[in-house]
Design a protein around this ligand. Structure first.
Ligand code: NAP
Length: 513
């Protein structure tokens, strides 16, 4: 189990499925093209080994998948130097040349989507259908920014005096350090890297310890696409080395920009590092999304929206609904229909099983956090309507709680698991006050058929993204990001490239006009 062997160009991995209700205990095989199963780091266009390795685990079984090179600060510095050297030539390529290379990368990701999805399922635990969805989402950023690369414009501004011309030029900032989490191991990388590369920046990527394989496979495809050596570098490392590697990536004078997606706590550490040399920063941090159902809502649409926004990736997305606020008249019918939908639609299992809709949580710590929130809520008077138990390993039953109150932990901190805590409210003002009483503000959702209420609530929710009668809102065309302690900056959309650009003012004076 967990052993890796090569047959021709295919790389096979044997594992045993865990003993959960809908799964047989039988071995199955994951076959991934050997070129895409990379276990070394990628610096200056070359695959490089480190002195030591760390294991990548299948979160469903806890078994080791492979050992990956464990880079430290020295290799991180090498990668920064390589990226800095490559920057000088990459920024001089024309936008059209960069656009074509990104488009080639996009095509290769699509051509290899099955294998890339298998890697996500293996290291992150997502059901295959969701992993394929993530690859499509990941590829969409390569496509989008290959198009945006050619649409970066400066300005010519009217001066206040006659003999001058004023130009505002857009220029790439330089080397960008990209630090990403495990929950979208492919898309969180392309959302940043494609924007950076489009405008002429080069990057050093540090993926999460749990999910380096997707990052390394993307690097392989970038190289196959013809993206020059040093433009994309990947430095995998164990959790033990993350802070030392992170420090190099956020303090090295050759780095101009830090773009991070992850928890608010880690974001604050990286912001402090980046402050030393006053680097540009983008921070996509934690969320605590309210999901509000008003009396006027179409209850079936609200239930469908709740299922989509809560249970994707077993509740492990930063934009997952975390606090369910339901108005008193619609409350009972919503809770009853949601409970029935959970029963009918959710199936726990290994992500490679086509029947699975809910994979494991990423590790035991994540499952313990959800268990703790459930125990805390029940001890304070919440009613357990469904689920509530931790199964083998890091599998958590999808859980529904009612009679939840604001003092419970699940209403005060991000859950990152399949827990639906429902709180009843009376008025719109009360719902908005509860929703906005949070130090973070990433996404928010509400269901209403009252157009005036839709305007009022959409404007007053203190979040960066709002879903109105919709539970899934992420797309390359729209801006992604939060307010308050959910972060700084925006990714995707026409604004995504701004995170990697400086505006340079050029004044041409003394003109005889
Ligand atoms: P995390 O612990 O902050 O880890 C994210 C990344 O930072 C990983 O690569 C991690 O490496 C690295 N890291 C941790 N400590 C570090 C340090 N001291 N210096 C440098 N790097 C360090 O976050 P997570 O728990 O894995 O991810 C879940 C969080 O991400 C949630 O809060 C979620 O809301 C947030 N998230 C936000 C968005 C968004 O767009 N706003 C999207 C997805 C997720 P290791 O893996 O080796 O620890």
């Amino acid at each position: 189990m967990g052993s890796l062997y090569l047959v021709g160009s295919k790389c096979f991995l044997n594992r045993i499925r865990p003993g959960l209700p809908n799964m047989a205990r039988r071995a199955y095989t994951l076959d991934v093209c050997a070129e895409l199963l990379r276990t070394q780091g990628f610096i200056n266009g070359r695959w490089v080994s480190a002195a030591s390795t760390f294991p990548v685990l299948d979160p469903a079984t806890g078994k080791e998948l492979v050992q990956v090179s464990d880079f430290g600060p020295r290799e991180a510095r090498d990668a920064v130097v390589a990226a800095h050297k490559a920057f000088h030539s990459w920024k001089c390529q024309t936008p059209k040349e960069r656009s074509l290379l990104l488009r080639k990368w996009f095509d290769l990701v699509n051509q290899n989507k099955e294998d890339l999805a298998k890697l996500i399922t293996a290291e992150c635990g997502k059901p295959m259908k969701e992993s394929l969805g993530e690859i499509a989402y990941s590829a969409s950023f390569l496509e989008w920014f290959s198009e945006e690369a050619r649409r970066v414009y400066g300005d010519i501004v009217s001066p206040a005096v006659k003999d001058r011309k004023i130009l505002l030029l857009k220029q790439p900032v330089g080397v960008a350090s990209i630090i990403t989490p495990w929950n979208f191991p492919s898309a969180m990388i392309t959302r940043k890297v494609a924007a950076a590369l489009a405008v002429g920046c080069t990057v050093v990527v540090k993926p999460a310890e749990d999910t380096p394989l997707s990052a390394l496979a993307l690097a392989e495809l970038a190289a196959q696409a013809g993206i020059p050596a040093g433009v994309v570098n990947v430095v995998p490392c164990s959790r033990e080395k993350a802070s030392a590697v992170g420090e190099v990536l956020c303090t090295d004078p050759l780095v101009a920009k830090v773009s991070f997606t992850g928890s608010t706590a880690t974001g604050k550490i990286l912001l402090k590092h980046a402050a030393e040399t006053v680097k540009r920063v983008s921070m996509e941090l934690g969320g605590h999304a309210p999901f509000i159902v008003f009396d006027s809502a179409d209850v079936d649409k609200a239930v469908a929206g709740a299922m989509a926004s809560k249970f994707r990736n077993s509740g492990q997305t930063c934009v997952c609904s975390n606090r369910f606020l339901v108005q008193q008249k619609i409350h009972d019918v919503f809770v009853e229909k949601l409970g029935r939908a959970m029963e009918a639609e959710l199936r726990l299992g290994h992500g490679s099983d086509p029947a699975t809709t809910q994979g494991p949580l990423i590790n035991a710590r994540a499952a313990e956090k959800v268990e703790h929130q459930i125990a805390d809520a029940v001890s304070r008077g919440a009613v357990l309507l469904k689920g509530g138990k931790r199964l083998e390993g890091s599998f958590m039953q999808p859980t529904l709680l009612s009679s939840v109150t604001s003092d419970m932990l699940c209403m005060r901190e991000e859950t990152f698991g399949p827990l639906v805590p429902v709180m009843k409210f009376k008025t719109e003002e009360e719902a908005l006050a509860i929703a906005n009483a949070s130090p973070v503000g990433l996404a928010g959702y509400f269901f209403s058929q009252d157009i005036s209420q839709i305007w009022r609530v959409a404007e007053q929710l203190e979040v960066g993204m709002v879903g109105v009668n919709e539970g899934l809102i992420s797309t390359a065309e729209a801006s992604f990001g939060g307010v308050k302690q959910s972060g700084l900056g925006r990714e995707g959309s026409k604004y995504g490239v701004d995170e990697y650009l400086e505006v340079k003012y050029v004044c041409i004076g003394g003109l005889a006009l």
